[in-house]
Design a protein around this ligand. Structure first.
Ligand code: DAH
Length: 350
C-alpha cells in the first residue's frame, strides 16, 4: 500500500470512529489517537521528511487538508454530543410547572398573646401603662412585703416552686417562681415614689399544683395598681366595671362581693354576668349566672408603706385578673391544658 493509500484509509477510519464516539470522554480519546501530539495524523505529517523529494509537497498538502477536515469534524461532533448531554440533563431535571403549588401556612399569635394584647388595649384606653416585673422573684416581694409573713396561713394559697440552691439564704432572700403578679406592686411603687401610679402588670405565674382541666402550674395573670392621693373603693368598682363592659360587653352586669386577701383592705371579688348564658345559668357558670373575673381591693396600708408611700397621705386600689380563664369562657375552650399543649389543631383555630 502506498503512503497515500494508507493516509486515505486512516482518514476514513478516523471519520468512522468519530461517529461512534458518543460521550465527551470518548471524543477526547479519539482526539488523542488521531490529532494529539502522538496521534496517527500527526505522525503521518512527520514522515514527510523521509519521502522522495517529488512526493513531499503533494503528501504534505494532503496531510494538512485531512488534519483540517478532521479538526472540523471533531468540533461538529463535540457540539452534537454536548447538545445531547444537555438534553438528557434537562429531561432528568425537568420541572413540571403545571403541578399545583404547596401553600405556605402563615403563622399567627398564640391565643394567650392575642388575649393579652386585647387586654393591654382596653387598659391603655383607661390610662394604664404596662409594667413588667421578673418571673424569678425574691421571697420577700412575693410574700413578706405583701403582708404575708412566714407562717401566715394565707401562704397556703400559693404552693410555691422554690429556686434550688437558695434555701440556705436568709428568709426573704430566698428565690422562687412568682406565684402571682402582685410582687410587681412593690417593685413599681419603690421605683416610682413619689409619683402617682396607674399600671398593669401582666406576666406568667407558677404554682406547684396538680394539673387539671381548670388548673395549670403555669398561667398568666394581669395585675393592676393605682396609687394616688384620693383614691377610693368607688374608683376601683368604677374601673373594673368599665373594664368588664369593654371586654365582655356593656350589657353584662358586674357585682362586687366582699372577700379576703392579705395585701388589700377591704378586699373584694369581682363577678360579671356569665358571657355564655347572660345570667340565665349554664354549665360554664355552674348555674349561678355569674363568673368570677378578679380579686381586688384597696391596697393595705402595710403594703403601701412597704412600697415607700405614706398610707396617711396616699391610697390605692389593686386587682388581679386571670388571662386564660376569660379566654376559655370567651372561646368555649374546655381544657386549660390545651393552651400550652402545643397542638396545632387547637392553636390554628384562633
Ligand atoms: N394575687 C392574687 C392571687 O393570685 C390576686 C389578687 C387579689 C391580686 C387581690 C390583687 C388583689 O392585686 O388586690 O390570687
Amino acid at each position: 500500500m502506498s503512503s497515500f493509500e494508507a493516509l486515505e484509509q486512516l482518514h476514513h477510519q478516523a471519520l468512522a470512529e468519530l461517529v461512534d464516539a458518543a460521550t465527551t470522554e470518548a471524543l477526547k480519546g479519539w482526539e488523542d489517537r488521531y490529532l494529539g501530539r502522538k496521534g496517527q495524523i500527526t505522525q503521518q505529517a512527520r514522515t514527510v521528511g523521509q519521502m522522495p523529494k517529488e512526493a513531499r509537497p503533494a503528501f504534505g498538502r494532503r496531510v494538512n487538508e485531512i488534519k483540517t477536515l478532521l479538526e472540523q469534524a471533531y468540533e461538529t461532533r463535540l457540539a452534537e454530543i454536548r447538545n445531547a448531554e444537555l438534553q438528557t440533563q434537562m429531561t432528568r431535571e425537568a420541572i413540571d410547572v403545571t403541578l399545583p403549588g404547596r401553600p405556605m401556612v402563615p403563622g399567627h399569635l398564640h391565643l394567650t398573646i392575642q388575649a393579652l394584647r386585647e387586654l393591654y388595649d382596653i387598659w391603655a384606653k383607661m390610662g394604664f401603662e404596662v409594667y413588667e416585673a421578673p418571673d424569678v422573684e425574691l421571697e420577700a416581694y412575693n410574700f413578706d412585703l405583701l403582708n404575708i409573713p412566714e407562717y401566715h396561713p394565707a401562704r397556703d394559697m400559693w404552693d410555691t416552686f422554690w429556686v434550688k440552691g437558695t434555701n440556705d439564704q436568709q428568709a426573704g432572700d430566698r428565690r422562687l417562681l412568682r406565684t402571682h403578679t402582685s410582687p410587681g406592686q412593690i417593685r413599681v411603687m419603690r421605683e416610682r415614689y413619689p409619683e402617682p401610679i396607674r399600671v398593669i402588670l401582666p406576666g406568667k405565674c407558677y404554682r406547684y399544683e396538680q394539673i387539671t382541666v381548670r388548673a395549670e402550674h403555669q398561667f398568666y395573670q394581669m395585675e393592676g395598681l393605682a396609687v394616688g392621693r384620693a383614691i377610693t373603693l368607688t374608683d376601683l368598682i368604677g374601673t373594673v366595671t368599665q373594664f368588664s363592659h369593654l371586654y365582655y360587653g356593656a350589657d353584662r352586669q358586674v357585682r362586687v362581693r366582699s372577700s379576703y386577701f392579705p395585701f388589700t383592705e377591704p378586699s373584694v371579688e369581682v363577678d360579671t354576668q356569665c358571657i355564655l348564658c347572660g345570667g340565665e345559668g349554664c354549665a360554664v357558670c355552674k348555674y349561678t349566672g355569674w363568673l368570677e373575673i378578679a380579686g381586688a381591693g384597696m391596697v393595705h396600708p402595710v403594703v403601701l408603706e412597704n412600697g415607700g408611700y405614706d398610707p396617711d397621705v396616699w391610697s390605692g386600689f389593686a386587682f388581679g385578673f386571670g388571662v386564660e380563664r376569660p379566654a376559655m369562657q370567651k372561646y368555649g375552650v374546655e381544657d386549660i391544658r390545651l393552651f400550652y399543649g402545643n397542638d396545632l389543631r387547637f392553636l390554628r383555630q384562633f
